[in-house]
Design a protein around this ligand. Structure first.
Ligand code: NAD
Length: 337
């Protein structure tokens, strides 16, 4: 049986890494039928809209998408399409695993799943300038919103995930010492939810700055992390760095009405069009997607082939110390299957 899914190649290195991933999934017999759609700058250039209705309609229909990175203009232009997609499909849980596989790095033994709240916090898009005298931009404010509903569901998601995967510990990461209201509510709700899992998963708390320090001194002591939107965004790039960089870490955006799978990295404009991007992150996102549609065994097999290729270090891309092109690395992973 084939599974309908939306495919958004994206901008920059997006088309290269999505092509590689689709090739791998086809070789694995994953059975997806792709509905190719546009978003981001590619969509602006083609149809004058960064998030065309056709793309949204496709995701509404399939409830499942694999997405390359999308360019977001900095400080001007259209708002982030990624953020808009998260809102549109209520993609409240962003699951970003980071695991040590590439040998010879500064850190080993890292195996962290970071669960980031994806719809609230400082990313809700309520921002404005404050005029003082003649200066229209004399000040600026951005509002962070944490709701009990949002905090409950993300904590529950993190604890359920920990139980399902046999993980031992969940760390609640916050800044409730300073942001007593928004972060305080997030932490209080987390403590309440944790009680429901007592005896099954250990819980601990860390203030985000202390967590950042410990992640680079004792990363192996972290297991599952659950945190708010901005902290999760920053810490997941940090955990990517621990295991070899952005080319390696995937992200699932799980919602109530759809799920979208992508890499943590962006469009990598510095290497776009050169055919040398590392497609591992999106390939691992595809493994998360296989798991999501109930093909856990195939997900493990594909992930095993990716990890074995990385461990061997014979045919890997430049960001992880090799000289292979995107296509050569993809061939090597497929050969491993
Ligand atoms: P980036 O992730 O694109 O690049 C950061 C660095 O990592 C660059 O040196 C890049 O070459 C390297 N890198 C990233 N992915 C790689 C890969 N697969 N293989 C090898 N090297 C890789 O971050 P940025 O430069 O801050 O952002 C560029 C654009 O991407 C911006 O417009 C940003 O808004 C967008 N972005 C999109 C997403 C998304 O769509 N989910 C996420 C992050 C950034």
């Amino acid at each position: 049986m084939t599974i309908q899914a939306t495919l958004i190649p994206g901008d920059g290195i997006g088309p290269d890494v999505t092509d590689a991933t689709v090739r791998l999934l086809d070789a694995a017999g994953a059975g997806f039928t792709w509905d190719r759609q546009l978003a981001g700058t590619a969509a602006v250039n083609a149809v004058g809209d960064p998030m065309p209705d056709a793309t949204l309609d496709s995701i509404r229909r399939t409830k499942l998408a694999l997405k390359g990175p999308l360019e977001t203009p900095v400080g001007k232009g259209f708002r982030s399409v990624n953020v808009a997609l998260r809102k549109e499909f209520d993609l409240y849980a962003n699951v970003r695993p980071a695991k040590s596989v590439v040998p010879g790095l500064r850190f080993s033994g890292v195996d962290i799943i970071l669960v980031r709240e994806n719809t609230e916090g400082l990313y809700i898009g309520i921002e404005n300038y404050v005029r003082i005298g003649d200066d229209e931009r004399a000040a600026a404010q951005s509002i962070a919103v944490v709701t009990r509903y949002g905090a409950e569901r993300i904590h529950r998601y993190a604890f359920d995930l920990a139980v399902r995967l046999g993980r031992k510990k969940v760390t609640l990461v916050h800044k409730a010492n300073i942001l007593k209201f928004s972060q305080g509510l997030f932490l209080d709700v987390g403590r309440d939810i944790a009680k429901e899992y007592a005896g099954r998963v250990t819980v601990e708390e860390r203030i985000v700055d202390a967590c950042a320090m410990e992640l680079v001194t004792k990363p192996e002591r972290y297991d599952v992390i659950v945190t708010t939107n901005l902290f999760g965004d920053i810490l997941s790039d940090l955990t990517s760095g621990l295991v070899g960089g952005l080319g390696l870490t995937p992200g699932a955006n799980i919602g109530t009405s759809a799920a979208i799978f992508e890499a943590v990295h962006g469009t990598a404009p510095d290497i776009a069009g050169k055919g040398i991007a590392n497609p591992t992150a999106l390939m691992l996102a595809a493994c998360q997607m296989l798991d999501h549609v109930g093909k856990a065994d195939l997900a493990r097999r594909v992930q095993g082939a990716i990890e074995a290729t990385l461990r061997e270090q014979k045919c890997v891309t430049g960001d992880v110390g090799g000289t292979a092109t995107t296509a050569q690395y993809t061939d090597a992973v497929i050969a491993r299957l």
